[in-house]
Design a protein around this ligand. Structure first.
Ligand SMILES: CC(=O)SCCNC(=O)CCNC(=O)[C@H](O)C(C)(C)COP(=O)(O)OP(=O)(O)OC[C@H]1O[C@@H](n2cnc3c(N)ncnc32)[C@H](O)[C@@H]1OP(=O)(O)O
Ligand SMILES: O=C(O)/C=C/CC(=O)O
Length: 264
């Protein structure tokens, strides 16, 4: 799949799907039933809602606006979307989300998006460019993501992979991943394990246990190692145990497409 793009159609014996759909479904599969997931808006929210409607009906979706156990039938347009409160088991105050649930380690997985990501899983969602006051692109900002990245027991990141997004050095560290390498989180006093999984439209990366540097561990169907290297701004390490992602099933695709259609 040379030059893979988010709209690339992938075909074979299974139904046709795009690389964006593969990414959302691979991200959904990573979420275990029964876990508590702090859901970021955008790609993470899509994946979390697919997970809840497929293999993980008891996945507890927590959004920053204070909704615990939301079961939206459409993809929420923001953390303030009424559907999150209307379908929640409980609605609590934002300080309670952060001070009671997040910071003491009561949330299993924080699920975040990114505009830029580096080899240690540090995330930029603030600015592109060297000058904060005069950036090339001003991004949505931090929101609660730095706290989520600090304190969830682990963090999953879902992001489209390209030389623009997978950079050697992020222009701004919005949310700390593994800092400058193994041991940095402990040094900084960050309680959670940090990014343990990065899911992209090309494959899946995990931190090396010795160095915390992201290593390619899984390739999506039709993607080759060289495609992933070309979409990475550092010398990407490849796992010796590289595996292939299973293509989306018809049921997974139908769930994803139905949700997206309902959210238009
Ligand atoms: C709990 C919480 O959710 S806290 C909220 C904190 N905020 C986040 O977590 C946001 C995370 N998501 C991001 O950062 C995403 O990259 C977003 C929102 C900036 C953009 O994502 P998408 O809407 O999927 O759009 P897309 O990736 O196509 O980018 C849209 C535009 O953003 C800009 N942009 C995004 N990433 C980059 C980048 N790495 N470099 C330069 N420009 C960029 C570009 O202008 C781009 O338009 P273009 O492709 O025509 O150049
Ligand atoms: O402010 C935040 O932390 C998150 C904002 C995302 C949203 O508005 O949906």
């Amino acid at each position: 799949m040379t030059g893979a793009a988010s709209t690339t159609a992938v075909s074979g014996a299974q139904p046709e799907y795009t690389s964006d759909e593969m990414m959302s479904i691979a991200a959904a599969r990573a979420l275990e039933n029964g876990k508590r997931c702090f859901v970021g808006i955008g790609l993470p929210s899509t994946a979390a809602n697919v997970a809840r409607r497929t293999h993980a009906p008891d996945l507890v979706l927590i959004y920053e606006s204070g909704t615990l156990g939301s079961k939206p039938d459409v993809l929420p347009s923001s953390i303030g979307d009424g559907v999150l409160a209307e379908t929640a088991d409980a609605v609590i105050g934002v300080p309670e989300v952060f001070n009671y649930w997040l910071q003491p380690g009561r949330i299993d997985v924080g699920f975040l998006g990114a505009a830029q990501l580096d080899r240690f899983g540090n995330i930029n969602t603030t600015v592109i460019g060297d000058d904060y006051t005069d950036p090339k692109v001003r991004l949505p900002g931090a929101g609660g993501a730095p706290e989520i990245a600090a304190s969830c027991r682990e963090v999953f990141v879902v992001v489209r992979q390209s030389a623009r997004s997978f950079v050697d050095k992020v222009d701004f560290v919005t949310s700390v991943g593994h800092g400058s390498g193994k041991g940095d989180r402990e040094r900084l006093g960050l309680p959670g394990a940090g990014p343990t999984l990065v899911i992209t439209d090309l494959g899946v990366l995990r931190p090396d246990p010795e160095t915390a540097e992201l290593v390619l561990t899984q390739l999506h169907p039709g993607v080759e190692v060289e495609d992933v290297r070309a979409a990475t701004g550092w010398d990407l390490q490849i796992s010796p145990d590289l595996t292939r992602t299973e293509a989306p099933t018809a049921a997974e695709l139908s769930t994803l497409r139905t949700l997206k259609e309902a959210s238009r």
